[in-house]
Design a protein around this ligand. Structure first.
Ligand code: DON
Length: 308
């Protein structure tokens, strides 16, 4: 049988040869400048063994992948009350769409589109305060990751997004009009941008996601991070909504719960088996990593890891 180490190095080789590498996100200046040739992948298996290849140790902006961690914190705090402020349905719309908010009274379709993640951020700011929410996020991540070197909130990048994030500001103001934002727009959005500006590498991200592979338990210390039921909820939402209006195609091609970010990262989970992080900064037309998706498709073909 071919080993996982061999599979991941085959995928690395195949991806090096890809000519079409997608396009970096242009609306966040620092992300636009990232070299399209980067590619990295890391897999943590259920025994905690790490398999990694390419630029798996190189930091990148995890952007919307962070929405998984924000949601975990909020679900742990609010439980099912959360679903009064955010729904659990796929949107079929781009990540930054405002259109459904009008007819749906300021209640976002799910916690992974920007509007939904901003409501989740608002819940965390209500509970912990603006500074405290950043601390809570790092406190969630630190025990999950074995080497936290270079894992930090990139304030400069967050500031850049704050200055250019007119659309997210519009979404937040619009939801405040429906009383679905309880703090000031500046604080809620300020925290949201900082959460998105988390800088991690693939190895750290695969480790950070490992509690989702193991029913909510941190495999590094055996401590519970999230209840089994909330973990299942998070995975179901990743499958249905983790790639926005590309979620259906991702489910068909890869068949795993996954969450993408405009930095080009994807976290994908094989329940009970593996936590996978892949990074390639070029995006497809839906804003999801082009080669990241292709790499996961290859991985699932070679391992039979699709949940279907
Ligand atoms: O709010 C934004 O637009 C970014 N901070 C995050 C968007 C994102 O990562 C969408 N994912 N593919």
């Amino acid at each position: 049988m071919v080993s996982l180490a061999q599979i991941i190095s085959e995928i690395s080789y195949e991806m090096q040869g890809e000519k079409d590498r997608g396009k970096t996100a242009s609306y966040i200046p620092s992300l636009a400048q990232v070299d399209l040739h980067h590619w990295g992948m890391a897999i943590v298996d259920r025994d905690g063994k790490m398999y990694a290849s390419g630029d798996s140790h190189k930091q990148f902006s995890i952007q919307s992948v962070s929405k998984v961690f924000g949601l975990s914190l909020a679900l742990d705090l609010e439980g099912d009350d959360l679903w009064e402020r955010v729904r659990q349905e796929p949107s079929g719309s781009p990540f930054n769409s405002i259109i459904q908010l009008e007819s749906e009274h300021g209640i976002p379709r799910n916690p992974f589109i920007n509007a939904g993640a901003i409501v989740v951020s608002d819940i965390l700011v209500s509970k912990y305060g603006f500074q405290g929410a950043q601390g809570a996020l790092l406190q969630l991540l630190n025990p999950l990751v074995s080497n936290i070197d270079g894992m930090f909130i990139d304030y400069e990048l967050a500031q850049e997004e704050d200055e250019t994030g007119f659309r997210n500001r519009a979404l937040t103001n619009y939801m405040k009009n429906f009383d679905n934002i309880h703090n000031s727009v500046d604080e809620t959005l300020g925290f949201y941008f900082r959460q998105c500006a988390l800088s991690m590498n693939c190895q750290q991200l695969a480790e950070a996601g490992a509690f989702l592979m193991s029913a909510g338990i941190n495999p590094r210390n055996g401590k519970r991070v999230l209840s089994t039921r909330h973990t299942q909820t998070t995975l179901a939402l990743m499958m249905m909504c983790g790639h926005y209006d590309g979620s259906g195609a991702f489910a068909v091609r890869v068949g795993l719960p996954g969450k993408s970010g405009v930095g080009g990262g994807i976290l994908a989970i094989v329940p009970g088996v593996a936590s996978i992080a892949v990074w390639s900064p070029g995006l497809n037309e839906k804003g999801n990593s082009l080669l990241g998706t292709k790499s996961l498709e290859r991985l699932v073909q070679k391992t039979g890891w699709s949940v279907f």
